[in-house]
Design a protein around this ligand. Structure first.
Ligand SMILES: [Zn+2]
Length: 127
C-alpha cells in the first residue's frame, strides 16, 4: 500500500458553488496542487471557509459520509424567496454579507459626520 501524507478538505453548508464539488474529499499533494491551479478562487482564499487537514491518504477515514455531503449540497442550493426573487441559501449568505457591509459603512459615515460636527463646534469655540 502506498501511503501519502496530505489532506482532506473540510465541508460546510451553505457552501459556495465553486468549492461545493470538492469539499469533504481527500487529496494527494499532486491532486491538491492541480485542484488549486484549476480554481479561479483557490481553496483558503477570498472568504473560503475550507481548511485542508493532514491525513494519511489511503489510511485515514472520511469525516463526512457521501449522504452528508449530498445533504450539504442540497442545503447549499436550496432556493429561498426574498422580495419576489429566488436565491440559493449560499446566495442569501452573500446578500447578508453585503447588507452587513453597507450597515458598517453607514455606521462609519454616521460616526464620521458626528466627528466632523464635533470638530466644527470645536472650531467655533476656538474662534
Ligand atoms: Zn471554500
Amino acid at each position: 500500500m502506498r501511503v501519502f501524507l496530505f489532506g482532506k478538505l473540510s465541508a460546510h453548508a451553505p457552501c459556495a458553488p465553486d468549492h461545493l464539488p470538492y469539499q469533504g474529499l481527500q487529496y494527494s499533494k499532486a491532486e491538491y496542487e492541480d485542484l488549486q491551479a484549476s480554481l479561479t478562487r483557490p481553496i483558503g482564499e477570498w472568504n473560503c471557509r475550507h481548511v485542508a487537514y493532514p491525513i494519511v491518504l489511503g489510511v485515514s477515514g472520511t469525516a463526512n459520509s457521501k449522504e452528508e455531503l449530498a445533504e450539504m449540497e442540497r442545503y447549499s442550493n436550496e432556493k429561498i424567496e426574498i422580495d419576489g426573487h429566488e436565491y440559493t441559501r449560499y446566495e442569501c449568505t452573500q446578500l447578508q454579507r453585503k447588507l452587513d457591509m453597507e450597515m458598517r459603512k453607514a455606521n462609519f459615515s454616521h460616526k464620521a459626520v458626528q466627528v466632523l460636527r464635533f470638530s466644527r463646534r470645536r472650531c467655533i469655540i476656538i474662534k
